[in-house]
Design a protein around this ligand. Structure first.
Ligand code: SF4
Length: 301
């Protein structure tokens, strides 16, 4: 029997223990759920206090911090550009009024040479018009640049970002019902009844990993409970800026609740084993240095 079989036999799918044991009262975080799906053994090693050793973890933190700073900078540029666009609109209106007033003035100047100094008024109107057009062009280009950068980085533009945990710690969301906690990278308010969690990964993937999907599903539950809004889907953004929409279906919620139940079941047992047969995962694992169940590369199936 492989460690995988051992783990599965102790953790039958669908078991949802209820009660008041320590394991059932333990708060589980959304990122732990992702970790558990990656490898139950590595999740448990971290729970036991073992520290991960990985250059990629540090790179991931730096990626998140840099992205958070970029989001703030782009927001500031956009805010400035929109202010400039508003100023340009006002100046264009003033210039139009001056030009209108200038039409009879030009007629007066044509018949009264002594009124020539009044010619400064249409000249000023023309200068104001040129200035307003130039700053309007500059603000349009700034908004285009902001949208292009957001698109490249996969920064959500389908609603208002009302929460971000990328570069500054945000408040932890907590579900008393599930004893679940977590901090999504963004929460986007799509409309007054709908919110969308967004999770950023510095790695790349053509299709989202199940561990990432489960982590995102945990954020959906947390937002439902905290904000009492509809959460029809969540979004995973990989390092190439590609956004992957994950529908938050009853089946996904069930899978998540079964996973959490499995984690509590394992905590109760106090002994957790590897739940996969991938040498590739072990090769990338940040806890391989303290693991006695790592698979050698040439035994990958
Ligand atoms: S080395 Fe492999 S089995 Fe061990 S914790 Fe890491 S992924 Fe799991």
């Amino acid at each position: 029997m492989s460690p995988h079989d051992i783990h599965q036999s102790r953790n039958p799918h669908g078991v949802r223990p209820h009660g008041t044991s320590r394991a059932e009262r333990t708060v589980i975080s959304a990122s732990e759920i992702g970790g558990y799906k990656y490898c139950a053994k590595s999740w448990h090693l971290r729970r036991q206090g073992h520290q991960p050793v990985s250059r990629k973890l540090q790179e991931g933190k730096e990626y998140h911090t840099h992205l958070g700073e970029t989001v703030r900078k782009l927001n500031a540029v956009e805010e400035g550009a929109l202010e400039t666009a508003g100023r340009a609109r006002k100046l264009l209106a003033y210039a139009a009024v001056i030009m209108l007033v200038s039409i009879p003035l030009l007629a007066v100047i044509a018949v009264m040479p002594a009124a020539q100094p009044l010619a400064l008024i249409p000249i000023a109107g023309l200068a104001l018009l040129v200035y307003a057009v130039l700053i309007r062009i500059r603000s349009t280009m700034a908004v285009w640049y902001v949208n292009m950068r957001r698109d490249k980085k996969g920064i959500p533009t389908f609603g208002e970002i009302i929460y971000t945990d990328l570069d500054r710690p945000a408040k932890v969301l907590f579900s008393r019902e599930q004893m679940l906690s977590g901090k999504p990278d963004y929460i986007v308010e799509y409309d007054e009844n709908t919110m969308i969690p967004v999770e950023v990964k510095s790695s790349t993937a053509s299709t989202p990993y199940n561990s990432h999907i489960m982590q995102l599903a945990a954020y959906c539950i947390l937002i439902e409970e905290k904000y009492e809004k509809q959460v029809p889907y969540g979004v995973i953004v990989y390092g190439d800026g590609e956004q992957h929409r994950i529908d938050y279906t009853p089946e996904l919620k069930d899978e998540l609740l079964d996973t959490i139940a499995g984690m509590r079941y394992d905590l109760k047992l106090g002994e957790v084993h590897r739940n996969h047969d991938s040498a590739n995962r072990c090769a990338k694992c940040s806890l391989a240095h303290v693991c006695d169940e790592a698979i050698e590369a040439d035994s990958d199936s």
